[in-house]
Design a protein around this ligand. Sequence first.
Ligand code: ADP
Ligand code: GLC
Length: 490
Amino acid sequence: MKLVFATSEAHPLIKTGGLADVSGGLTSALVELGHQVKLVLPAYQAVLDKVNKVSVLSQFELDGVGKRLKVRLLSAKVAELKANVILVDIPELFNRPGNPYMAADAKDWWDNGERFGVFSKAVVEIAMDRVGLNWKADVVHANDWQTGLIPALLTLEKSKPRSLFTIHNMAYAGYFPKSLFEGLKLPWKWWTIEGMEFYDQMSMLKAGIQMADWVTTVSPSYAKEICYPEYAYGFEGVLNQRQKQGRLVGIINGIDDQEWNPATDRYISYNYSAEKGRIASKKRNKELLLTLLGDSDPQAHLTIPLIGFVGRLVEQKGIDLILQALPDILETESVQFVFVGSGSEYYEKQLMRLAGRYPGRVFVHIGYSETLAHQVEAGADMFLMPSRFEPCGLNQMYSLAYGTPPIVHHTGGLIDTVVNTTKQTLADKTATGFMFYDPNPHALRATILQALNLYKKPRSWQQIQKTGMQRAFSWKKSAQNYIKLYAKEI
Ligand code: ADP
Ligand code: GLC
C-alpha cells in the first residue's frame, strides 16, 4: 500500500510529546510490514538544523492567506526513520526558531491556522500526485488538529485516497476565527454544524473527525471515553455519530523497542533485561542517576525508594494532584522523587518550591532532556503518572519495559496498559502497576503508600517488575491493526 503519513512532529527530528514517538515508531513498523510510506512534516528551522543532507524533490506555489507562498518539498535521510521523509519547506511559515507551535513567549504563533492549513494543502498535493513525484497515495493518515483539514480537502477530490484521522488528544481542537476559514478559501458548505464550524469558529480537529473515512484514537478506552461530555470538550455529538457509523476505532500505541529497551538503551550506562542480572544493573543506574541529580550520598540512599516523573507539566498530567499529595507523603515516608518536565510556568514554579522545601528528597529538572527521560525510566523504582485523562500515554509503557512499576489513574490508555496490583492479580502474577480510581489527592496518596508498602516485599515487587517487563507493546501489532483499517472497504 502507498501511504502518506502527515504529522506535525516526528522523533528524532522534532518532538514536544508522544505524537513524535508515534510518528517515528508507527511509520517504521509500517515500512517493515512492506508498505511504501511517505512521512510528511513541516520543515521547521529546528528540523533543518538537524538533517545534514536534503535534496529538493519538487517546487510549487500554494495560496496562503492573502498571498502566494513558495513551497519546496525536501527529501531527508534520517537513520532512525524507515519511511521516506518529506519536509514541507515554506520558509515564511516554518523557518522560525524554537517550538513547532509556540513562540519564545510561550504564546501560540499568531498564524498557526495559516501554517497548518497550508501544510495540509501541501500534503493533499503530494497525495494526489500533483507535485511531479509520479506517486499517488492509496491512503492518507492524518494526526491531530494540525492535519485535520487534510481529510476534508480530500473529499473535494475525484478518485481520492482513503483517509484516516487519528486523535491523539481531544484537548487541542485547533480553533480559529471565521476570517481564517475565508482566508484559506474553504468551501462555504463546510461552515455548518455538520462541517467544521463550532460555535462560530472553525475547528480543524472537527474537520478531521467529521470528514475522514476512519477516525481512530490511541487506545480503546479513550475511544469510549470521548463519546462522553467529560472527555469530549463539546464534540461528543460528532464523536457519537462516528461511533454509531462504526467509524471510530481505538488502536493502542506501541513502543519503539529500538529506542526504549533497557537491554540496548544508549542513554543509560548499565543495560539490563528481565533475564540477565536485572535487579543489580537497575540499581547501578539508580546510583548514577542519584549522583547526577546531586544526591549527597547515592550509595547510602539506594535502599530508599525513588519515584520518577517525566512529562509535560500541564493539568492533563495530574500535576496538581501530585503537588497536593506529596507534602504529606514526604513528611511521613522515607522516599525520594525526581521530576523531569516543562510546561506551565505555574507548575514549574510550584515544583521548584517543593524541591526547595525538601532538599535532597525532591529533585526537579525543568526542561526537555531525552537523556534524563531514559535515565529516570531506568533509575527510578516507580513511575508516577496520575493523569486526569490520557489518550494513550507512552511513559507508563516505557516504565513497564524498564521494570519501573507505574502508579496511574484509571483513565484512557492507562487502563489498557497497566494491570492494577490487587490480592488477585498478585496471586495470578498479572499485576504490573498501581491504579487509583478517583482523581483526587487522597486517592493518589493512598496508592503511592500502597506501592511503597509493597516495595518492602522484594519477592512480590520483583514479580510485578518482571511481569511488566515481559509485556510486549510492539508497534508491529498496532501497525497491523492500522493496515486492516487502511484496507477496509468503505
Ligand atoms: P504526551 O504526548 O501527552 O506528552 P506521552 O506519554 O504519550 O504523553 O508521551 C510523552 C513523550 O514525551 C515521552 O516520550 C516522554 O519521555 C517525552 N517527554 C515529555 N516531557 C519530557 C521532558 N521534559 N524531557 C524529555 N522527554 C519528555
Ligand atoms: C497525546 C496524548 C498521549 C498519547 C500521545 C501519542 O499527546 O496526550 O496520551 O500517548 O498523544 O499518541
